[in-house]
Write a protein that binds this ligand. Structure first.
Ligand code: GSH
Length: 273
C-alpha cells in the first residue's frame, strides 16, 4: 500500500512538473508568437511607406490636361465675322481643333465688311474670312478644311480616301442642302415681309427630302460620315443642316440625320458664344 501511495505521489509530482513546464512554456510561446508577429509587423511597417510612395507615383506621372491631338501651329490665325453668321462654323472648327485664334467680329450692320481693309481679305464683302500669316482665305468650308489639315489629328482626313470623302460631303452640303435651306430662310425669315415669297420656300421644302433622305440612309449605317469618328466632314455638313433647326423644320422624318445632328451640336466645341 505504501508503495502504491509512493507511486501515486510520484505521479502527482510528475504531473505538476509537466503543468509547470507548459505554464513556463506559455510565455515563451507567447514570445515566439510575438517574434513571429514582429517581422510581420515590421514588414507591414516597411511596406506602408512603400505603398505611400507607390500611391504618389501616379500622381507625379499625372498626364497633362487633354489637348486636341495634332501639330503645333506657328503664326497668328484671325477669323473675321460675327458669331451670328456663317463665321460660326469656323469658330466651331477652331474650337474643336483647339487652335489659338483671334476673333475679328465685324460690325456688318455698320458695313465693316464693305470697307477697303476687309475687302483686301475678302473681295466678296462676305464673312467668314481667315488670315494666317501671309495666307488670306474666304469661303467658310475652304477655311475649315484648311484649318483641319493645318492642325491634323483625328478631325482631319487621314489619307486620300478620307480626304475625298470629306470633300464629297462638304461640297454636297454646299451644293445640295444649303441652297434649299437658304431659300426657306430668306423667304420665311430674313427678307422683309414684302419681299418674302412663300411659294419659293415651299418649293425648296418639297425638294429637301431628296438630299436628306440620302443622308439619312448613310447615317443609318454608320454613326459618322468619315472614318468612324467625328471629323471636319461632320462639322461642315452639320453646320449647314443645323440651319434647319433655326428654321424650325421637322427633322423627325429623317431620324438618323436628327440623331447625328444632335450628337454634332452637343459637342462642347460647337458652343460658340
Ligand atoms: N459661301 C460663302 C457664303 C458667305 C456668306 O454669304 N456670308 C454672309 C453672312 S452668313 C454674308 O457675308 N453676307 C453679306 C451681307 O450680308 O452683306 C461661305 O460659306 O463663306
Amino acid at each position: 500500500m505504501a508503495a502504491k501511495r509512493k507511486a501515486k505521489a510520484a505521479a502527482k509530482k510528475a504531473a505538476k512538473r509537466a503543468v509547470k513546464k507548459v505554464a513556463a512554456r506559455k510565455p515563451v510561446a507567447r514570445k515566439a508568437a510575438a517574434r513571429r508577429a514582429a517581422p510581420a509587423k515590421k514588414a507591414v511597417a516597411k511596406r506602408a511607406p512603400a505603398r505611400k510612395v507607390a500611391a504618389k507615383k501616379p500622381a507625379a506621372k499625372k498626364p497633362p490636361a487633354r489637348k486636341p491631338a495634332g501639330k503645333k501651329i506657328v503664326g497668328k490665325i484671325q477669323i473675321f465675322g460675327p458669331v451670328k453668321s456663317r463665321a460660326r462654323r469656323t469658330y466651331w472648327a477652331v474650337q474643336e481643333l483647339g487652335l489659338p485664334h483671334e476673333r475679328v467680329e465685324l460690325d456688318m450692320a455698320a458695313g465693316a465688311h464693305k470697307r477697303p481693309d476687309y475687302l483686301a481679305i475678302n473681295p466678296n464683302a462676305k464673312v467668314p474670312a481667315m488670315k494666317h500669316g501671309d495666307l488670306t482665305l474666304f469661303e467658310s468650308m475652304a477655311i475649315n478644311l484648311y484649318l483641319a489639315k493645318l492642325k491634323g489629328g483625328p478631325l482631319a482626313p487621314q489619307g486620300p480616301k478620307e480626304e475625298a470623302r470629306t470633300l464629297q460631303w462638304t461640297l454636297w452640303g454646299v451644293a445640295e442642302v444649303e441652297p434649299l435651306l437658304m431659300t426657306i430662310g430668306y423667304n420665311r425669315m430674313f427678307l422683309s415681309e414684302a419681299e418674302r415669297k412663300e411659294d419659293r420656300a415651299q418649293d425648296a421644302e418639297r425638294k429637301l427630302p431628296g438630299p436628306l433622305g440620302v443622308l439619312d440612309k448613310v447615317l443609318g449605317e454608320k454613326p459618322w460620315l468619315v472614318g468612324g469618328r467625328f471629323t471636319i466632314a461632320d462639322l461642315n455638313l452639320a453646320s449647314i443642316v443645323s440651319f434647319a433647326k433655326l428654321l424650325k423644320l421637322d427633322l423627325s422624318r429623317w431620324p438618323h440625320v436628327a440623331d447625328w445632328l444632335d450628337r454634332c451640336i452637343a459637342r462642347p466645341g460647337a458652343k460658340v458664344g
